[in-house]
Design a protein around this ligand. Sequence first.
Ligand code: GDP
Ligand code: IMO
Ligand code: MG
Length: 431
Amino acid sequence: MKLDVVLGLQWGDEGKGKIVDVLAETYQIIARFQGGPNAGHSIHFDGKKYVLRSIPSGAFRKGTINIVGSGVVLDPVTFRSECEAIEAAGVPLRERLYISKKCHLILPTHKIIDAAQEASKGKSKIGSTLKGIGPTYTDKVSRIGLRVGDTLASDFKERFSTLKQKHLEYLRQFDFQFNAEEHEAEWLEAIDYLKSFRLIDGEYFANECLENNKKILAEGAQGSMLDIDFGSYPFVTSSNTICPGACVGLGIAPGHVGRVYGIFKAYCTRVGSGPFPTELNDETGERLRIGGAEFGAVTGRARRCGWLDLVALKYAVMLNGVTDLVMMKADVMDDFDTIKVATSYIVDGEPCKIFPFDTRADIQPVYKEFKGWHKPLGGVRSESDFPYEFRVFIKFVEEELKLPVKIISVGPDREQTIVRDEEYSTPYHTK
Ligand code: GDP
Ligand code: IMO
Ligand code: MG
């Protein structure tokens, strides 16, 4: 069987959690492959909202196994509070959740380093979620990190102390106040909690599942424009958010990849610093922010908002080998008279069709304008009820990206999902 992948094509918060939850019904395994609690994936059903951080968004679906894959960095304290909230909702999480022993652990001192580094950057700060993501991946690459499987070793506490000491030495260079002991007891307790879950050799498990004809859905975190290699560096996260990251983060060979679902909003948002060519620092930006409830699921920060950017989107489609597009949140623009879409840029005065290397370049978008549809999409359940202007908008995006939009989401709830492919066996069919 194949490994299908769900990824964000923009700067994160595209609605990956919602779509994974919708698709999870038809997969046996759902696996997160990178990132950590910097992610906040929202799921709405039965009038309730849940936000998942490190746990895959299939957790609410009966009959699924959810894997926290090796490429994820795990904070045991956040993990514990997340698990307790899900269990309190009546979900038998322990039956459904497996954790790869190769996941790296986020220590309390990783979070302190994150904060100290950001504070020292002044105006050029990245806008990190301060969850310790960058410092944990740095230790992984430096080959000094601690992994989930290490918690089973008898000398784990000594190894923890050794790494903590290294962090404290590193922190001496910063003029930054902190209390390294403040969260240590809670962290060590959370490690014991973590050990009560099934800790597995994730790569063997995932490959056995594929051999046994089980379908795996990989869930990306963040978005392609935040990829460590291909995003707007240095204003990126510290992992590979793009499709190959799923193979590396789960230990599954590239030949197994089947469908690649590319999720995008009908407009754009970005949290934190860095280039955002179509950003709207005006009333329209504010309308998108309020209408789309564009406030971070993790930090509560107001998200920067702007028009859909097809230059960036084409780039992301190319990087990921997207097969199926998924359009989210067009309903937020229900009342707009005009909707704009960037089709190219003027970069430092020159026409440009690619996302520029230089994050300091002056990027002016060239827009195509569309007429608004002035009809509430939130209650629409069938493609045949789409307003004409909305169809025109979708068709244009499909033609530009040379790919079909297979799922259209018109609200946060599971039910507000229109599927345009008979091959998908979700209950959200319209044809
Ligand atoms: P993720 O990180 O990609 O999973 O996305 P987030 O959960 O951080 O942000 C997406 C937000 O939009 C959440 O609050 C969702 O509940 C909400 N949402 C998802 N799809 C839709 C949609 O089609 N319309 C509207 N209005 N909201 C949506
Ligand atoms: P989901 O999975 C949106 C952004 C941060 C910051 C940069 C680096 O919910 O889409 P980090 O904490 O990773 O060092 O921050 O990346 N960022 C996100 N933005 N959605 C996310 O996750 C994000 N995870 C990180 O705001 O600009
Ligand atoms: Mg999010």
